[in-house]
Design a binder for this molecule. Structure first.
Ligand SMILES: [Zn+2]
Length: 365
C-alpha cells in the first residue's frame, strides 16, 4: 500500500513555459540529483521560496530558458512538479568543451539525472552579503523540515521505481563529478539518504476499523454502578448506549457488550451484520478497568489479529465443541477457536471457566 504523493502540477504555470514545453532530454533518465535552493530568511534562517520564485529568478533574473528543477519541495512538504521529466535539467552542468571527463561535455548529469530541489539552505554558519559587509544568518532551520524529508523520500522512491534507478544513482549535487558546490547543504547526508532508500518503506500504521457515529453501541446492564463504570468510555468514544442487549442485534456494526450477556446473543449480533463484537464480562469494577484501559490506549477496541472477533468468557460445562456449535452452528469447527487461542490454550480438552477466548468470525462460505 502506498500513500499518494502530495504532488501539485505547476509545469504550465512556470515562466516561459511555451518556449521549452516540447523539449526532450537527450537520452534516458539514469539517476536523480538532490539540490537545495540555498535560500533562507536572513533574519530567521527559515527556508524560503518555491518553484514559482526559483523559476522566476532563473528565467527572468538570470536569463535561463527554464528553472532547471523537475521537482521542487517547499518547506511544507508539497511536491511541485515544475519541469516535465522528459526535459533535461539545469544546475549540474560544468564546462568541459573537449569532453575530457567523458561526461557529454559536462552535461551528463543534466541530461540523465532528474533534478529535485528542496527549498532551504541546509548548512550551518550561513551568511549573506551587502555593501556593508558579510552578515550571519542564525543557525536555525538548517535541516529539511520533517514534511520535506518525508516527501523527498516518497518522491525518490516513486521515481526510482518508475525509471528503475538504483539507490547509488540518487546523489547529492555535490557528489556529481565536475561540480564544485556544497549543494544540497552539508547537513543533508546523501549516504544516510541512500541507506534509507535501500530499506523498504516503513509500513503504514495498522488502521483498525473504527466505527463512525451511530455504528457503535455499548450495551451495559441497567444499573447505576455499570453505567458509572462506563462513563469514561462513553465520554471518550461516544457510542450509542443501550440497556437492552436482546434488541440490539442488526442495529449496530460495532458492539461492545459489558457484563453478563449470553453467548448466543453475541453470536446473534454477528449473524445479523455486526463486524466487531467485543464482550467485557464481569462485575462493574472489572468492566470499569477494561473500559478505562481502552480509553487510555485511545482505542475503542482491543487489538485483535487484524480481524474482528468476539470475546467469549468460558462458562461452566463449556467445551470447545459446544462453543463452536453455539457460534458457528457446527461443533467440528472447534479447531478454529482452538487455533485462534493457542496463546492461552495448549490442550483443546482443557479450557477453564472464566478464560476469555477469541472467537474468530465464521468461515467464509
Ligand atoms: Zn544544487
Amino acid at each position: 500500500m502506498t500513500t499518494p504523493l502530495p504532488i501539485v502540477d505547476v509545469r504550465e504555470q512556470m515562466p516561459n513555459y511555451e518556449a521549452y514545453k516540447d523539449w526532450q532530454r537527450p537520452g534516458e533518465v539514469l539517476g536523480i540529483a538532490v539540490h537545495h535552493s540555498a535560500t533562507a530568511d536572513k533574519t530567521t534562517g527559515e527556508p524560503v521560496g518555491d518553484a514559482f520564485t526559483f523559476f522566476e529568478y532563473q528565467v527572468n533574473g538570470r536569463g535561463w530558458v527554464h528553472g532547471g528543477y523537475n521537482y521542487v519541495i517547499p518547506a511544507d512538504g508539497t511536491i511541485q512538479y515544475a519541469l516535465d521529466e522528459k526535459i533535461a535539467a539545469y544546475h549540474a552542468g560544468f564546462k568541459d568543451p573537449t569532453d575530457s571527463l567523458g561526461l557529454e561535455q559536462g552535461q551528463y548529469w543534466n541530461n540523465h539525472y532528474l533534478a529535485v530541489c528542496l527549498s532551504g539552505w541546509f548548512s550551518d554558519d550561513r551568511t549573506w552579503q551587502d555593501e556593508a559587509g558579510v552578515h550571519p544568518i542564525p543557525n536555525r532551520y538548517t535541516h529539511p523540515t520533517p514534511a520535506q524529508w518525508e516527501s523527498l523520500l516518497a518522491l525518490l522512491r516513486h521515481l526510482m521505481a518508475k525509471y528503475n534507478i538504483p539507490p547509488e544513482n540518487v546523489r547529492a549535487h555535490r557528489e556529481l563529478t565536475g561540480n564544485a558546490t556544497q549543494c544540497p547543504g552539508l547537513n543533508l547526508d546523501p549516504v544516510r539518504l541512500r541507506e534509507l532508500l535501500r530499506q523498504s518503506p516503513p509500513a503504514p500504521p495498522p488502521t483498525a476499523a473504527e466505527p463512525s457515529p451511530g455504528e457503535h453501541v455499548l450495551l451495559v446492564p441497567d444499573t447505576a454502578d455499570y453505567l458509572t463504570a462506563a462513563l469514561g468510555y462513553i465520554w471518550k468514544f461516544r457510542p450509542d448506549v443501550s440497556f437492552a442487549p436482546q434488541t440490539a442485534a442488526g442495529r449496530w456494526r460495532y458492539v461492545t457488550a459489558a457484563g453478563d450477556v449470553p453467548a448466543d446473543l453475541l453470536a446473534e449480533y454477528r449473524r445479523r451484520g455486526a463486524i466487531r463484537v467485543e464482550h467485557i464480562p464481569g462485575d462493574a469494577e472489572t468492566v470499569r478497568r477494561q473500559l478505562d484501559a481502552r480509553v487510555a490506549q485511545n482505542r475503542p477496541f482491543l487489538d485483535g489479529e487484524g480481524e474482528p472477533f468476539t470475546r467469549y468468557t468460558v462458562q461452566p460445562g463449556d467445551t470447545l465443541s459446544k462453543i463452536a456449535l453455539r457460534f458457528y452452528g457446527q461443533a467440528q469447527l472447534w479447531t478454529r477457536i482452538f487455533e485462534a487461542n493457542r496463546d492461552i490454550l495448549t490442550d483443546p480438552a482443557r479450557i477453564e471457566v472464566g478464560q476469555v477466548l477469541k472467537i474468530p468470525p465464521p468461515p467464509a462460505d
